[in-house]
Every structure is written in C-alpha cells, then in structure tokens.
Ligand binder design. Structure first.
Ligand code: CU
Length: 400
C-alpha cells in the first residue's frame, strides 16, 4: 500500500515537472529565435507582426488557464486516489467509501464551472479571430501553391493583370497590412509564416484571404503545412519585410526588365535558355509573350469551380525574370547567395551569388528535390553538359 501511495505522489510530481519544464522549454524555443546563433525559424512563439502578436497574446493566458485546470485536476485525482484507497485492514475490498452519485449540487458544480471557464475563453477567442480579418488599406498579393513551390503575383495598377510574378519569396513593406489571396494550382496546400500569422489552406478553385503585417524588417520563414505529395516536406517560402524605401526600390527593380547580358558566356547561356527552358520558364522582355507559359484561364472549370483568371494547370514553372532578387530558390531549399544578404531590396549588393548551388540544381535537379516532371510536377533533368551549365549559370546571375 505504501508503495502505491508513493507511486501516486511521484507520478503527480512528475506531471507537474513535465508541465513546468514543458512551458519553459517551449517559451525558450520561441525566445531563441531572437539570437543569431540559434535560429528556430518556424516558431510561432516569436511573433513579428500585430496579427501574430494578438495570437500570442491569446495563447499565453489560455495556456496558463489550461495549466491551472490541469494542475487542479491532477492534484484532485491524486488526492482522491489516496484518500479513498482500500484500507490496510480491508482484505476483501468490500468496504466502499460513501457514494456521492446523484449529488445535485456537485453535479451542477462540475458542469457549470468548466462551462464558465470555456465561455470566458470563447469571448477572447472570437474577439481575436475576428480581429485577424481586420485590414487597413491592404496591399493585395495573390499566392498560388504548386507542387512544390509558391508563386506570388502583384497587381500594382489594379487592372487585373499581374505586374510582378515571382516565386518562393514575397517582399512586403513593414507596418502595412498585406492581404494574401491564397489559391492553388493543383492540390490542397497550406500557407504558413508562423511569425506573422496562422495557417491558411490553399484550395484549388477557391481564394482564401490571410492578412499579415510585419513590425520590423526581416526574412520570415514558412513551410507548406498540408501534405501535398512527394516534396511537400521541402515546399518552403519566405516573406521578406522591407523598410518602405527598400520596398519601393524592390518594386522599381521588379518592374524593370533586366539588362541584356554583356559577357559572351552569359549570352550563350541566354541563347540556350531560349531554346531549352522557355517552354516552362518565363523571363519578361526576353521571351516573346506568345510563348509565355502563364496562360490564364478564361472559362470556369466545373471540376475546380471558378477558375477564371487563374493560371492553367500545365507547365507552370517559376518566373525567372528577376531570379537574383530572391535569397532562396527551388521552393526555399537552396540559398541563392553565399552569405545571408538580409532584408534588402538588392541582395547582390550585399552578398556573392552561390554559383555552386545554381550549378548543383541544373546538374541534377531530381537529386536536389524529388519531383515527377513527367507528370508536370517539377523540373526535368536535361543532362546538361558542364559547358552548358556554366553558360546558363552565367546568364541566370544577370537576372536582377
Ligand atoms: Cu504544398
């Protein structure tokens, strides 16, 4: 009997310790994202925008209330188990403690108390949920999930046609509400930048809105969080929050066609690109518009609902016009620069291009990222020669 009692007490202490250390650990994981040496980029405990902050401000008190309830229930349980355990002299176990079944006061009490706690929490929950939809003079960015990368389209003049098309990394100005209009080109994905807001599913044929803002400049990491096939685990993305003048510079760069390459190697690369790569990749100003792969659907597709204005499904690949404006590529898997250029409009002014990563991708795309190109999911391996890879790389790094 003494052993049983000790076991109960130790179990109780262990549960309390798990709770306390669990909380400290989780809290520490969030805090650690503040340090450059320990990067935990996917922590939702490191809010960097007003929306994320309001979720955090709701979560901590709810967690504490839940923690107090947990402790009360566990302590009560252990106390009851000890208090009403079989007496040492009750060998047959026939003596029962006094039964409380049917005690109206008790039953009402333990029904009403949790209901009250939940009702109070619900008020704050609904309040926060509704406030997440508030947006003041938002910038609209269309997000399209594809197997296995994210595309962003900016319609700056509001004529319904995108003026900027980019992939993997979206740039936003700080302290401004951004309305992401989230779509999918194939299966269900989920868009999630944990330090800026919660998750939002990308569902074919639908547009879901998610409001975000960032209070300080930074590159905030995200990850697709709805299983979407082979390379779901490496379908990453970033939101790059820039100071207003840097953001203006970014828009300026993105809406200007890059200069034609000057050196011979890059020119050879461009020729090769036009013959080998433009059936999938668009580069504004270089590829004639009629061969551009971004055809927009003009008819609703009954299988997907209202698809008018969405890209047709076939042969979609990242728009490479301003390839070097991103800091990561291939769905956020590879670094495009040798060192982290940080939240800036023109990364190449702050870091050297990561030539090895670009070549690695061109040399063996299917090793870098598992894909099914024969099924329009990803990029085929063209068995390029080292000379062709050198030429294409020299060309790609001129795309800014
Ligand atoms: Cu996905």
């Amino acid at each position: 009997v003494r052993n049983k009692r000790n076991a109960a007490i130790w179990t109780g202490i262990a549960l309390l310790l798990v709770l306390v250390f669990g909380f400290l650990l989780i809290n520490d994981i969030g805090k650690a994202a503040d340090h450059d040496d320990v990067v935990r980029p996917l922590s939702f405990l490191n809010p960097q925008g007003e929306k994320a902050q309001s979720i955090y401000d709701l979560m901590i008190p709810v967690f504490l209330v839940a923690g107090v309830v947990f402790i009360l229930v566990e302590v009560g349980l252990i106390w009851l188990a000890r208090r009403f355990r079989r007496a040492d002299d009750d060998v047959d176990g026939v003596e029962e403690p006094k039964q409380v079944h049917g005690n109206t006061k008790l039953e009402i009490g333990w029904t009403v108390a949790p209901a009250l706690v939940l009702a109070v929490l619900a008020v704050f929950n609904v309040q926060t949920l509704l406030s997440l939809d508030d947006a003041e003079d938002p910038i609209d960015i269309t997000v399209a999930g594809q197997q296995w990368w994210w595309e962003y389209r900016y319609d700056l003049d509001g004529d319904g046609e995108p003026d900027i098309i980019t992939a993997t990394e979206a740039a936003i100005p700080v302290n401004r509400d951004i309305r992401f209009n989230i779509q999918s080109n194939d299966v269900i994905h989920s868009f999630w930048i944990p330090s800026l807001n919660g998750k939002m599913d990308a569902v074919p044929g639908r547009t879901h809105q998610l409001i975000m803002d960032a209070t300080s400049p930074g590159v905030y990491e995200g990850q697709c969080t709805e299983y979407c096939g082979l390379s779901h685990g490496v379908m990453r993305m970033q939101v790059k929050a820039l100071e207003q003048d840097e953001y203006d510079a970014w828009i300026e760069e993105m809406t200007t066609v890059p200069d034609q390459p000057e050196d011979e190697l890059a020119q050879a690369g461009q020729e090769l690109f036009v013959t080998q790569c433009t059936m999938c990749h668009q580069i504004n100003g270089i590829v004639p518009p009629q061969t551009a792969p971004f055809e927009y659907s003009t008819q609703p597709d009954p299988a997907y609902g209202d698809t008018v204005g969405q890209p047709t499904l076939a042969r979609n690949a990242p728009n490479l016009t301003h390839f070097m404006m991103r800091t990561k590529f291939v769905g956020g898997l590879l670094d495009l620069y040798e060192t982290d250029p940080g939240p800036v409009a023109r990364p190449w002014e702050h870091a050297e291009p990561n030539i090895n990563n670009i070549k690695h991708w061109l040399r063996e795309p299917l090793t870098v990222k598992p894909m099914n190109p024969e099924n329009n999911q990803g990029m085929p391996d063209y068995n390029l020669s080292e000379e062709q890879i050198d030429q294409l790389t020299a060309f790609l790094i001129t795309l800014r």
